[in-house]
Design a protein around this ligand. Structure first.
Ligand code: NAP
Length: 285
């Protein structure tokens, strides 16, 4: 099965490297073409200048781009050239509505669409240990499962189109709460002038241990906020979560507080930093 990857950002690069290593990756497209050439140069992978050219040459098209409009414009671009019987797998984090629209556009071409967002950070993308939550036709998933397994440690089929993204929204709400808890607690430790390395080691081994603490605890307390996961992207996700919560009558007070904090940080010029930059607001000198 020949795979084509669209989007070689922080996540896409690691995923594409794992696909290449497993022997599936035939082609890549990135909006900024130079990045695609840098990636493909040592590999036997074709770089296309246009997404529609890539889609005409592969059996599975994988997307990992920023936001809803990016996914929809790319799906529109490839819909004219993609071969019937192909599968499109979108690993971006977008709304369930976007997934439903994308699936409808591709159905007309007899192409299956899976919304398959992932969790596990850039480390998970690089190491092939992502958790993937999938919405869409189960038979289409089985058709491409081996390819997806090259990038993941876990693939869970949730239900019909859109339910992968709905599950990712749950994940993002949880990440907001974890970010609030970890940044606040570590700022509290710093205010007490505790030795941070020892605090991190002790807390990580107990009931409060978690992925975010393990991967971002030391960097944030040293004032390093390199992404990782860009704060502006998590803000985009949480706006989607707020809209979904309104539709189903849920209250998300931690998410609401995080959106306000991120808005402040973005206004102060920190939107391209990792989400752990929330520590800046907790750790006031
Ligand atoms: P990123 O580093 O900012 O990369 C974004 C990628 O999308 C780049 O390749 C960019 O191309 C491409 N792109 C954006 N708009 C486009 C458009 N209109 N047409 C074509 N290409 C476009 O972001 P990322 O961290 O890889 O995240 C990608 C997606 O995965 C997002 O939906 C994010 O929420 C999700 N996600 C991220 C993480 C994480 O920890 N970073 C974890 C799980 C899920 P250029 O190179 O030309 O800019």
């Amino acid at each position: 099965m020949r795979a084509g990857m669209i989007g070689l950002g922080a996540m896409g690069l690691g995923m594409a490297a794992n696909l290449a290593e497993a022997g599936y990756l035939a082609a890549v497209y990135n909006r900024t073409t130079a990045k695609a050439h840098d990636f493909a140069q040592p590999l036997d992978v074709v770089v296309y200048e246009k997404p529609e050219q890539l889609a005409a040459q592969v059996d599975i098209v994988l997307l990992c781009v920023s936001a809803d409009n990016d996914v929809l414009s790319l799906v529109q671009a490839i819909a004219g050239s993609i071969r019937p019987g192909s599968v499109v797998v979108d690993m971006s984090t977008v709304s369930s509505e976007t997934a439903v629209q994308a699936a409808a556009l591709l159905e007309e071409r007899q192409v299956a669409f899976l919304d398959a967002p992932v969790s596990g950070g850039v480390e998970g993308a690089k190491n092939g240990t992502l958790s993937m939550m999938v919405g869409g036709d189960e038979q289409a998933l089985e058709k491409v499962r081996l390819v997806l397994e090259a990038m993941t440690a876990r693939i869970i089929h949730i239900g019909p189109t859109g339910t992968g993204q709905a599950t990712k929204a749950v994940n993002q709400v949880m990440c907001a709460g974890i970010n609030q808890a970890v940044t606040e607690a570590l700022a509290f430790a710093a205010a007490q002038q505790l030795p941070m390395a020892q605090v991190l080691e002790a807390v990580a081994g107990g009931a409060a241990g978690n992925w975010f603490l393990d991967h971002r605890g030391a960097s944030m307390t040293n004032g390093v906020f390199a992404p990782g996961f860009k704060l502006a992207l998590h803000h985009k996700d949480l706006k989607i979560c707020q809209a979904m919560a309104e539709q189903v009558g849920s209250h998300l007070p931690l998410t609401d507080a995080t959106v306000l904090a991120y808005r402040q940080l973005m206004a102060e010029g920190f939107g391209e930093e990792d989400i752990s930059a929330l520590y800046r607001l907790k750790h006031l000198e």
